[in-house]
Ligand binder design. Structure first.
Ligand code: MD3
Ligand code: FE
Length: 217
């Protein structure tokens, strides 16, 4: 075990669960911001609507996505990339609300990644049946920066594997308000989301929304 990456675990209370070296779950960390988060997501989606993009292989994703911040993540037949412009509008992505950035920075700091300054926030919307197949996130320039995820709405089963696609996966339930910081050795782990089960969430209805904060460039 090396240095300060892991120091954050030393005084881990019940609200901070280490998942793997470099990754920790902060249960309910975003809960008190739920109304503000949802209102801001609605404003972002009014400017840059959720859309189901197509992978380079030609498959339409079941998850609908949008972004805010200096860069948004896009996929089409030509590949995956971060782009300063929303391809659907030709306009810059909506700005990242300062409170989003603060929440992500605070969460990262809790786990030992001080000074996290995300420049992209990918917003995923799952409806019942939507899933995300096992993948790695490796389109970001600085793989030393963590990714911070915030789950809202219906609970999901998150799959967390190893550095090889075939590695065994562990399952975690991510519920409304949960925040996870993925850094260090966990940063390049394969991960995915099982098909969303039908349900009704008090604030979001039949959907789950996941925010991922990234340092893209
Ligand atoms: C572990 N999103 O947008 S968030 C994605 O719930 C993505 O929508 C999922 O995977 C979702 O790329 C999972 C949790 C997450 C995000 C990035 C990771 C876990 C990660 C990067 C490395 C390891
Ligand atoms: Fe991912």
């Amino acid at each position: 075990m090396t240095a300060d990456l892991f120091d954050g675990f030393e005084d881990a209370g019940p609200a901070r669960e280490p998942l793997a070296p470099g990754a920790a779950l902060l249960r309910g960390f975003a809960r008190r911001h739920e109304t503000e988060l949802i209102t801001a997501i609605e404003a972002i989606a009014a400017q840059a609507p959720f859309r189901r993009m197509v992978t380079p292989g030609g498959h339409q994703m079941s998850v609908a996505m949008t972004s805010c911040g200096s860069f948004g993540w896009v996929t089409d037949r030509s590949g995956y990339r971060y782009d300063a412009l929303d391809p659907d509008s030709g306009q810059p992505w909506p700005a990242m609300p300062p409170r989003f950035r603060e929440l992500a920075e605070r969460a990262a700091g809790e786990v030992g990644f001080a000074g996290f300054a995300p420049d992209a926030c990918l917003i995923n919307r799952y409806e019942p049946g939507a899933k995300m197949s096992l993948h790695q996130d490796r389109d970001e320039r600085d793989i030393g920066a963590p990714i911070v995820s915030v789950s809202l709405g219906l609970p999901a089963t998150f799959l967390f594997g190893g550095l090889k696609r075939a590695d065994k996966t562990q399952r975690y339930r991510l519920a409304h308000g949960d925040v996870v910081v993925w850094g260090g050795p966990a940063r390049l782990a394969f991960h995915g989301v099982a098909p969303l089960a039908v349900g009704e969430h008090a604030l979001l209805g039949r959907q789950r929304i996941n925010l991922t904060f990234r340092r893209a460039r």
